[in-house]
Write a protein that binds this ligand. Structure first.
Ligand code: IPM
Ligand code: MG
Length: 370
């Protein structure tokens, strides 16, 4: 790539995807202006929008665009109620989202969960359980485990019974590489890593714990603890402030990251970065809100664009190393929140000074705060 142009594929997808993407792209333009950075953004259809436009959840042209890009900014895909006759392998969740994760080797998924003080009311926990604020990074393995393990099938047993099989598989090297991502992330934070597993029942859990323990001495400044996933789910509700970085296999990370996001007020606040191997200075990355398409509120100017906007901050930071610009986006979001602007998901009538706004107004306020 040329030295100062960042090529970005913007795939808005379905549901609220297009409206939150629109706000995120205007934030990106504002960042470009302010820091004299050149972002070459190309939009392309994916998900049901891809099926409608080109007959496929991940059209060939969209995949080609992703291959030519330095990173992908993704909205969300999947509309559970649309056309049940389309086989599950061709539906957007598998044919677009999981396919891209696998295709680009995006094994490391980072989901930072932060409850800003100003949003304490949006947290379902009592104030005393929120301590000085919740600040957790979920590091989720993204290309292994039950999502991709073979065999994966549904078979007719011929006796009126059907059997469904998913397989949990991890190899040493898959665990090692995600563990290192977790330890490195902890080094940059509060230096505590909680590794989540189910070693009391699963072979995978035993191997996970062994490998993570073996990697730990490479990071002597990080305190490692192990926790069973059921206990982890409970501890998140009882004492979330004990956690710094949570290291999880694929399915456990999917579940615990939603739980953690609820603690931070709303899934609409949770961005995510999916990274592959680092190649020189740049890391190809895939950036998306962790929430879904929210079809019930799509097209109504109700969606919270913050997760999509914070995904831009993650992209600037992790793919392009533009930390100052990333900080500016984070700060602008903080400012809009401090000004009392609230989309419906984080609004409460009991909060003094809060003003309920739509997707557009929230986006515009964040652009203005830049
Ligand atoms: C997520 C989502 C996806 C997942 C779905 C949409 C396939 O829940 O990114 O957390 O399960 O990984
Ligand atoms: Mg999920």
């Amino acid at each position: 790539m040329s030295s100062n142009t960042y090529r970005i594929a913007a795939l808005a997808g379905d549901g609220i995807g297009p409206e939150v993407m629109r706000e995120a792209l205007s934030v990106l333009r504002a960042v470009g202006d302010q820091f004299s950075l050149k972002f070459d953004v190309t939009e392309a259809p994916v998900g049901w929008a891809g099926i409608d436009a080109a007959g496929k959840a991940l059209p060939d042209a969209t995949l080609e665009l992703c291959r030519r890009s330095d990173s992908i900014l993704f909205g969300s895909v999947g509309l559970p109620d649309r056309d049940p006759t389309i086989p599950k392998e061709q539906r957007p969740e598998r044919a677009a989202l999981l396919r891209i994760r696998k295709e680009f080797g995006l094994f490391a998924n980072l989901r930072p969960v932060r409850l800003p003080k100003a949003l304490a009311h949006a947290c379902p926990l009592r104030p005393e359980r929120q301590g000085d604020g919740i600040d957790i990074l979920v590091v989720r393995e993204l290309t292994g485990g039950l999502y991709f393990g073979e065999p994966k099938k549904t078979e007719d047993l011929g006796n009126g019974q059907t059997r469904a099989i998913d397989t949990m598989v991890y190899t040493t090297s898959e665990i090692e590489r995600i563990a290192r991502v977790g330890f490195k992330a902890a080094q940059l934070r509060r230096k505590k890593l909680t590794s989540i597993d189910k070693a009391n029942v699963l072979e995978n859990g035993v191997l996970w714990r062994e490998v993570v323990t073996r990697i730990a001495p490479e990071f002597p400044d990080v305190a490692l603890e192990h926790m069973f996933v059921d206990n982890g789910a409970m501890q998140l509700l009882l004492r979330p402030t004990q956690f710094d970085v949570l290291l999880c296999e694929n399915l456990f990370g999917d579940i615990l990251s939603d739980e953690a996001a609820a603690l931070a007020g709303s899934l609409g606040m949770l961005p995510s970065a999916s990274l592959g191997a680092t190649n020189g200075q740049q890391t190809f990355g895939f950036y998306e809100p962790a929430g879904g398409t929210a079809p019930d509120i799509a097209g109504k100017d109700l969606a919270n664009p913050i997760a999509q906007i914070l995904s831009i901050a993650l992209m600037l930071r992790y793919s392009f190393g533009l930390n100052v610009a990333a900080d500016a986006v984070d700060a602008a979001v903080g400012k809009a929140i401090d000004q009392g602007l609230r989309t419906g998901d984080i609004f409460s009538t009991s909060e003094a000074g809060a003003r309920r706004v739509g997707t557009r107004e929230m986006g515009a306020a964040i652009v203005a705060a830049l």
